[in-house]
Design a protein around this ligand. Structure first.
Ligand code: ATP
Ligand code: MG
Length: 424
């Protein structure tokens, strides 16, 4: 036998049993986004490597060590998208949708990062993201967060996630803070964890994110970012908080939350859960007023977030929050015996599908005796089974069996649709 080829490490198949949960989640997100006027945008999975180098930032984990970058046959450097924001900006700007306009966009699809695969962390993973352009006030930051709170509520997750908020100010404020932080931490360089030592020269603010206990202890006495935040950023942050409070959305302020990407300014936020171990963040976002310009567009304020679908699916499964409607089911199973009945049942199945709403009608294909076909009907989990043999065809009727009670009723062909509609 030929050797079977396996999927790549960290790249998962979403199998039929699971895909219905994914669809449920994706549909709920799409509905909520639509109810706030967001429109979907789709962009390619592969882009010029420079887009992410510039858009995500050379000194980020993503660009330093996580990108799937390769040369195509022309020798051009291409990268499988590690995130959606840079591509979204590229696509929207290229289409002339950004300058002097307001846009509320959402996207979904696979992202690729070369990370160590573990629960909730994969090399191909899926995100749903929302991005807003052309609005600089804190109202839109608040709208995105309130929208997320609505989404968590719909999914039954609101009590299981916590909103963490911070402001990282304007880039000039951050530069001043970075300098102070580096000056302080340089005195403790030998005691920092390895990653943080490296980041001291490449991306010092990410040291605030370090999980290392020693590093965190050293940070306790470090200068605080808060002291460097200017008047306007502060007012923006205050307004965001009061809008959230007015809408009953609770949050905690985490002064060490900086997020991994270079391009954020002012608001940053994450929704975290205690149910998924180390992969605690299900959604992260923030304001990125400088990105459009950094990518060659006209200055355009922007804010957005991305959520990880795998982590949300894991969370829904862990908490047993998948509603019955989201599970695959069969409403009506149709069995038939003999050539005439097979043809008649085929036509009947189509008729039922045409005149009912959202019913799952499954017809047994390929013949077989009564016992076998009824076994298939049973295994399908259908609520009703429609049974047709030659006698039924001759009399223009069929039998309809209620699979829960075992009761069977006779129905004329003409009245099957009406009968089925009384049952569902
Ligand atoms: P982490 O700190 O967990 O690495 P991140 O800050 O790199 O997350 P973002 O780039 O902000 O993540 O992406 C937003 C969301 O996408 C994350 O909160 C998470 O839910 C999901 N995500 C990110 N990387 C992965 C991955 N490798 N596998 C699965 N989901 C991921
Ligand atoms: Mg990461």
């Amino acid at each position: 036998m030929a050797r079977k080829i396996q999927a790549l490490r960290g790249m998962n198949d979403i199998l039929p049993g699971q895909s219905s949960v994914w669809q449920y989640l994706e549909n709920v997100v799409a509905d909520v986004a639509k109810s706030y006027g967001y429109q979907q945008i789709r962009f390619p999975i592969v882009e010029n490597t420079d887009l992410f180098k510039r858009g995500v930032g050379e000194a980020t984990d993503i660009v330093e060590k996580e990108m799937y970058t390769f040369e195509d046959r022309n020798g051009e450097s291409l990268t499988l998208r590690p995130e959606g924001t840079a591509s979204c900006v590229r696509a929207a700007d290229q289409a002339g949708l950004l300058f002097n306009q307001v846009q509320r966009l959402w996207y979904t699809g696979p992202m690729f990062r070369y990370e160590r695969p573990q629960k909730g962390r994969y090399r191909q993973f899926y995100q749903i993201g929302l991005e807003c352009f052309g609005m600089s006030s804190a109202d839109i930051d608040a709208e995105l967060i309130v929208l997320l709170a609505r989404l968590w509520k719909k999914l039954g997750l609101l009590d299981h996630v916590e909103l963490q908020l911070n402001t990282i100010g304007e880039s000039s404020e951050r530069e001043a803070y970075k300098a102070a932080l580096v000056e302080y931490l340089t005195g403790f360089k030998d005691q920092l964890d390895e990653d943080s030592q490296r980041r001291l020269s490449t991306n010092p603010m990410r040291i605030l994110d370090s999980k290392d206990v020693n590093t965190q202890a050293i940070l306790d006495k470090a200068p605080s970012l808060e002291e460097f935040i200017g008047e306007e950023s502060r007012a923006h942050f205050d307004r965001l908080q009061s809008l959230l409070t007015a809408n009953g959305v609770s949050f905690v302020i985490n002064r060490r939350l900086v997020r991994g990407l270079d391009y954020y300014s002012k608001t940053v936020f994450e929704w975290v859960t205690t149910h998924l171990g180390a992969q605690a963040t299900v959604c992260g976002g923030g304001r990125y007023d400088g990105l459009v310009e950094l990518l060659g567009g006209k200055p355009t304020p922007a804010v957005g977030f991305a959520m990880g679908i795998e982590r949300l699916v894991l969370l829904l499964e862990t908490l047993d929050l998948i509603p019955d409607e989201a599970k695959p089911s069969v409403d009506l199973f149709i069995v038939s015996f003999g050539e005439d009945a097979e043809v008649r049942s085929f036509v009947l199945a189509e008729e039922i599908r045409s005149h009912t709403n959202d019913l799952v009608v499954m017809r047994h294909c390929g013949g077989g005796n009564f016992k076998n076909q009824m076994k298939k009907a049973n295994n399908s989990g259908a609520r009703f089974t429609v049974i047709l043999g030659q006698d039924e065809v001759d009399q223009g009727i069929c039998q309809i069996k209620d699979m829960q009670t075992g009761e069977q009723e006779t129905c004329s062909f003409d009245s099957v649709v009406a009968y089925v509609n009384t049952k569902f």
